[in-house]
Design a binder for this molecule. Structure first.
Ligand code: PAF
Length: 278
């Protein structure tokens, strides 16, 4: 695996690849890699000639400065994992390098930016678009891989790709879970043992909705599931049952592949999860 830090060196590598007309798969990450990321890289390996993973903790998508400071970093382990699973290029720029001579054209995300994550984290998705657009511009991948744990992020990135008519396939990949159901997340590294136990309530609540949807409306089940969740020790930020296309809240009736989305905090650690209900 080649580890590259500068745009100039990345360009040299990519120019050679483009000449050879190779299919490239991009896996954008913020590091602190876990099995969820590894599954994206592995999938990218099977569908492309060359896999580029990026590690960049993008400051513009953190609306909470404390969260940025505390975001886990483990560069050496990340490199080792990526080597092991056969990543070809690791691009690890610093903030100056990636944002120099770049201006994001801007995008109106409409409703996507006013609900759930958009509502709770003002500016977050514009920051995500700003960096993902930049990474697309630099690497010009055939395929780009994102985890469905961040369901709304995938919707935003698909929207952005359509909006700018970028010739890139966005590949959404299933959430990878620990055996006990906890969705893998870089932030899990910050959980202590008690919080790890407490965090299981997220998946249990989603399963509660999945197990009961046939006997209840989304509106009623959201109330019941909130009650279920509140028996645990985490603090609920939101629980929404939404249409998978529009992300609009469901009230009276279920639609195909309705999604339940949940965000809660264990201390100051914000955890996110979702599940396809039907
Ligand atoms: O999902 C993430 O880790 C980040 O939001 C992404 C897509 C790498 C952009 O910084």
């Amino acid at each position: 695996m080649k580890t590259i830090y500068t745009l100039a060196n990345l360009k040299i590598e990519l120019d050679a690849l483009l000449e050879k007309n190779k299919k490239t798969g991009l896996v954008p990450t913020m590091g602190a890699l876990h099995n969820g990321h590894a599954s994206l890289v592995r999938k990218a390996k099977t569908e492309n000639d060359v896999v580029i993973t990026t590690i960049f903790i993008n400051p513009t998508q953190f609306n909470n400065p404390e969260d940025l400071i505390k975001y886990p970093r483990k560069e050496e382990e990340d490199k080792k994992l990526l080597e092991e699973i056969g990543c070809d290029i690791l691009f690890m720029p610093n903030t100056e390098e990636i944002y120099q001579n770049y201006e994001f054209p801007g995008i109106d995300l409409g409703k996507l930016d006013t609900i759930m994550e958009g509502k709770q984290r003002p500016g977050h998705f514009i920051g995500v678009c700003q960096i993902v657009y930049r990474l697309f511009q630099i690497t010009q991948p055939t395929n780009a891989y994102f985890g469905l744990k961040d369901f709304q992020q995938v919707a935003v990135i698909k929207y952005m790709t359509n909006y700018f008519k970028l010739p890139i396939n966005i590949i959404a990949c299933d959430t990878v879970r620990e055996e006990n159901g906890l969705a893998m997340s870089s932030r899990n590294l910050r959980l202590n043992e008690t919080q790890k136990e407490d965090a299981l309530i997220l998946y249990s609540t989603l399963k509660f909705i999945q197990n009961n949807y046939q006997n209840s409306s989304p509106y009623q089940l959201k109330i019941d599931a909130t009650h279920f969740f509140n028996q645990g020790n985490l603090s609920l930020e939101y629980l929404e049952i939404v249409n998978p296309e529009t992300l609009e809240q469901l009230n009276d009736t279920w639609v195909a592949e309705s999604i339940a989305c949940i965000v809660a905090s264990a201390g100051d650690i914000r955890l996110i999860d979702n599940l396809k209900i039907n």
